[in-house]
Write a protein that binds this ligand. Structure first.
Ligand code: DGY
Length: 330
């Protein structure tokens, strides 16, 4: 019997995909750090039963219409805004993501980015590396304290809650805004629910962890930055398009806010001449929220397990479109 065909859009390590490789005919785009070109993705989609995708691959109706045998798209990310889930559901294609396994790692990075921005760690490390450290001096690269300040988390899902847990160690006041109340965060971490406006006006650190949806696109814009404290530090570890980058740049240049730590951008990757990179009060990272070796390998294995489950007519562990019908596999 012909084995199902699986296309993986980047080169992944054998230890992550080995088990799936024994069950299917598996082809990987032969590059680890370059995205598969759209025409090749289209060509592969035409043949495949399953796709293992990255958040940089756009899986839209054109790809789906071009993939008559496609049964599952397993995305190596918790976010799935790169996939037209509604259309996939219409075609009864399972869409899987990698929640839970990356929660702590992404929260660690988010809090690290907050610390790096607030305490100017990158500027300080560059100063030493560039031989510009001439003497100890009283206000050399003085940043802002983190402890006992107020953190405002926009998007209190699992990652938000885990960032809040980190914040308790710094004895911070925790505010959050979310579509629904998070009673666990309120009861166990003392997080206080408040309106979006109250949060952005009050918090010292505004941490964006909300998924990208039609409602959250450009949620942070000129009007929102204007409402923040002039000492506020804005952190984004969710998705770039949640922020109007031009408005953020203006807010940073005019001193409406004090700094920004960004792991994500409107269009990724950004070039070295991106306006935000000209600002000393910006810490920019290349979308590495969940990027620890352990977590990324676990995420890859979860993607493979999800693909295997769908191809063997079982229910995948982490499915986005709960309406997907298992019987559709046969
Ligand atoms: C995700 O999984 O959606 C994160 O952005 C990865 O870092």
């Amino acid at each position: 019997m012909k084995k199902p065909y699986v296309f993986v859009t980047r080169t992944l390590p054998k230890k992550a995909i080995g088990q799936l490789q024994q069950l299917v005919e598996l082809k990987m785009w032969p590059k680890e750090d370059v995205a598969v070109p759209r025409d090749i993705l289209l060509e592969e989609a035409r043949k495949c039963d399953a796709l293992l995708t990255m958040l940089s691959d756009k899986i839209d109706s054109t790809i789906i219409d071009n993939a008559p045998n496609l049964k599952v798209v397993a995305n190596l990310a918790v976010g799935f805004d790169n996939i037209d889930v509604e259309y996939a559901t219409e075609k009864n294609i399972a869409v899987c993501n990698t929640p839970d396994v990356l929660t702590d790692t992404t929260a660690d990075l988010t809090f690290g980015l907050l610390m790096a921005t607030s305490r100017r760690l990158i500027e300080a490390a560059d100063l030493v590396r560039e031989g510009k450290w001439k003497s100890w001096s009283p206000l050399l690269l003085a940043g802002q304290d983190i402890h006992h300040k107020t953190i405002g988390i926009v998007g209190m899902g699992k990652i938000g809650e885990t960032v809040a847990k980190r914040a308790t160690g710094f004895e911070m006041d925790i505010l959050y805004h979310n579509r629904s109340r998070n009673s666990e965060a309120e009861n166990q971490l003392g997080a206080k629910y408040c309106s979006f406006d109250d949060l952005i006006e009050t918090a010292d650190f505004i941490v964006c962890l909300t998924p990208l949806t039609t409602e959250t696109r450009n949620l942070f814009n000129a009007a929102t930055f204007k409402k923040m404290k002039r000492s506020a530090i804005f952190i984004n570890a969710s998705r770039g398009p949640v922020v109007d980058e031009k408005a953020l740049y203006n807010a940073l240049v005019t001193g409406e806010i004090a700094g920004a730590g960004l792991d994500v951008f409107e269009v990724e990757p950004i070039n070295a001449d991106h306006p935000l990179l000209t600002l000393k009060n910006v810490v920019a990272l290349p979308h590495i929220g969940s990027s620890s070796t352990e977590t990324r390998i676990t995420m890859m294995r979860l993607c493979c397990d999800n693909i295997e489950a769908v191809l063997t007519n079982n229910i995948p562990q982490t499915i986005v479109n709960k309406e997907w019908k298992q019987s559709g596999v046969n």
